[in-house]
Write a protein that binds this ligand. Structure first.
Ligand code: AMP
Length: 189
């Protein structure tokens, strides 16, 4: 059983890589952005609130995310999972550690996909044409990138100093297949 975290700013390709690696290793792909987008479709009170926050590019509250992830991890703890988009704050990472400990689980790999703002800006604008995501516009991209730099980098730095043996920086400007191959090589070593 393998448990993995993918870090990376919006547009770094972490969702694409997480999907490929989860298919390959038969792991549950836990994309918190995807889970939240499904909740928006329910159009209830929470869904409407999420829609506004996410369209602006801001982070959704830790409480909402922690509850979602706790439930998902418990249901797929025997399969193994890839966390894509979580944890994004130190509060979330502390919560994750608690869930892992309570369920006798550990992390096996952490991949940190790096990319410059210019590269991701172009990628996201192209993605918006294909997927029609409301938060794939320039203002929201800037807010999401800033949230990443201000909040999530602190989280990835924490893991890189606490777990250097399982933490791997990956160049996100490479081609998709090349990145997947690099990740696969690390996993099967
Ligand atoms: P993503 O698909 O990972 O880029 O996430 C899309 C949006 O969902 C983000 O811009 C946030 O508004 C929200 N979101 C996803 N995951 C989290 C998280 N772990 N903490 C807070 N907000 C999140």
């Amino acid at each position: 059983m393998t448990n993995i975290i993918f870090f990376g700013p919006p547009g770094a390709g972490k969702g694409t890589q997480a999907k490929k690696i989860s298919d390959l290793l038969k792991l549950e792909h836990l994309s918190t952005g995807e889970i939240l987008r499904l909740k928006i479709l329910q159009k209830d009170k929470l869904g409407l609130k999420l829609k506004d926050i996410m369209a602006s590019g801001k982070l959704v509250s830790d409480d909402v995310l922690n509850e979602i992830v706790a439930e998902k991890i418990v249901t797929c703890k025997d399969t193994g999972f890839i966390l894509d988009g979580y944890p994004r704050t130190l509060n979330q990472s502390r919560f994750l550690e608690k869930i892992l400990k309570n369920n006798f689980l550990k992390l096996n790999f952490i991949f940190n996909i790096n990319i410059t703002f210019d590269t991701l800006k172009n990628r996201i604008i192209n993605r918006s044409k294909e997927e029609g995501r409301e938060d794939d516009n320039l203002d929201a991209i800037k807010t999401r990138y800033d949230a990443y730099l201000q909040t999530t980098t602190e989280v990835s730095n924490y893991y890189s100093s606490e777990n250097p043996e399982i933490f791997f920086d990956i160049d996100g400007s490479d081609q998709i297949e090349e990145i997947t191959n690099k990740i696969k090589k690390i996993i099967v070593k």
